[in-house]
Design a protein around this ligand. Structure first.
Ligand code: CS2
Ligand code: MG
Length: 402
């Protein structure tokens, strides 16, 4: 079998997605997600200008060699754009491989290690009361794990909280919006939120929270300690993780489990965090971490250090990524949990798929390959619209982490 062509589809059914389609001389094709929220066209250019011509004529079964060719052969290694492009190629090749062997991709990753993939929902509200109601709704939908994000008294907006009654979508069309932030207000407020959630829902539901890279290590240590009585499943991205040693400081002070990695794109970003066991979950995602070929290596390395996966799965990763993540999550031994933000109806129509949700778990389905498709005719009705992630500033105007 040989690769004969590859094209990149960019569409925007509610938000932008980048999809690579790799075609073969045997009529099979595979799909890969190359979406990088707010930088989509950079990945499109990387694929169309620098990658696709190198794929023509290759054997799509050679996932390892093609991955190494694109990673080592590119010379300029790592980074979100490069690894998202490699991720899109890799997903598409595994999709082709599964279709050619008439088997779902999870069978090529070790087969079923479990019946279904535990997932967590997002719940958010303008204040504690509304957030409690939102958590209740997700529990009623069958989720066993819920991430809770609340508006903060004294701040007009904050990460993870939808504006109005629209679902939360971080990228906004037009230039970046700006929001104001106060760590002090956030640290005063957040323990109250989880005290109320535990009081209302008891000890069994898994509660998660995303700090979204906004704390210093010692602030995160304080928050982790104050959240300990509420037994969170994890505290996510407590501090910007470029400084790995910062996670080591947090670890000295609290037993609240830590999850990082959605902004990482190779194992090198997480190596010391894993070796030192400064984290409990690694959240790198199929789309941004170079695809299934690389993510399997990351998971296996993490498994040696008691660390489980907790892959990123926000709506800015397409249903192609969600499908790949579920095949990965069904097979990998050290699965922790998979993030699940349901896509919009428009998105699901553009990307028909076989995966499903039931009783707190998701199932990739048993179609050959990844079990997801792209309706190119429908996609054409949703043209790309530039969008940006927001900018965050402290109350005094200092530019801060969003
Ligand atoms: C968040 C994301 O889902 C999460 O854990 O951190 O919503 C993140 O803000 C977006 O993926 C950024 O594009
Ligand atoms: Mg996050």
């Amino acid at each position: 079998m040989k690769i004969t062509n590859a094209t990149v589809n960019v569409c925007s059914p509610g938000r932008n997605f980048v999809t690579l389609k790799v075609e073969t001389d045997e009529g099979l094709y595979g799909l890969g997600d190359g979406t990088l929220n707010g930088r989509e066209l950079a990945v499109v250019s990387y694929l169309t200008e620098h990658v696709i011509s190198c794929l023509i004529g290759r054997d799509p079964f050679q996932t390892e060699d093609i991955w190494q060719y694109l990673y080592r052969g590119g010379y300029w290694r790592r980074g979100p754009v490069t690894m998202a492009a490699i991720g899109a190629v890799d997903m598409a090749l595994w999709d082709i491989k599964g279709k050619a062997l008439n088997t779902p991709v999870y069978n090529l990753l070790g087969g079923r290690s479990r019946n279904g993939v535990l997932v967590y929902a997002h719940a958010n509200g303008a204040d504690i009361e509304h957030t409690i109601d939102a958590v209740a709704r997700e529990i009623d939908r069958g989720y066993l794990a819920v991430r809770a994000q609340s508006g903060i008294p004294g701040l007009d907006s904050t990460y993870g909280v939808a504006k109005g009654n629209k679902p939360y979508e971080p990228a906004e069309r037009g230039l970046p919006s700006e929001s104001l932030w106060s760590t002090e207000k956030y640290l005063q407020h957040t323990p109250k939120l989880f005290e109320r959630l535990r009081k209302r829902f008891g000890p069994d539901v898994h509660l998660l929270h995303d700090c979204h890279h906004r704390l210093t290590p010692i602030e995160a240590a304080r928050l982790g300690k104050e959240l300990e009585p509420f037994h969170l499943f994890w505290m996510e991205d407590p501090t910007p993780a470029e400084l790995a040693e910062g996670l080591g400081i947090i670890r000295q002070h609290t037993t609240t489990p830590i999850a990082v990695g959605e902004v990482f794109n190779t194992i090198w970003d997480a190596k010391i965090l894993i070796e030192k066991q400064w984290i409990d979950y690694i959240r790198m995602t199929v789309a941004h971490a170079g695809g299934l070929t690389h993510l399997k290596k990351v998971a296996d390395f993490a498994a040696l250090h008691h660390i489980r996966t907790g892959c990123h799965g926000a709506t800015d990763l397409s249903p192609v990524s969600m499908a790949a993540a579920l095949h990965f999550g069904l097979a990998v031994h050290n699965l922790g949990i998979q993030e699940h933000m349901p896509h919009s109806a428009e998105t699901d129509a553009v990307f028909p798929h076989g995966y499903s949700f039931h009783g707190g778990y998701m199932y990739p389905g048993d179609e050959p390959g990844l079990g997801v498709d792209l309706d190119e005719k429908l996609a054409a009705k949703y043209p790309y619209q530039r969008a940006y992630l927001p900018i965050n500033r402290k109350l005094d105007g200092t530019l801060f982490d969003w």
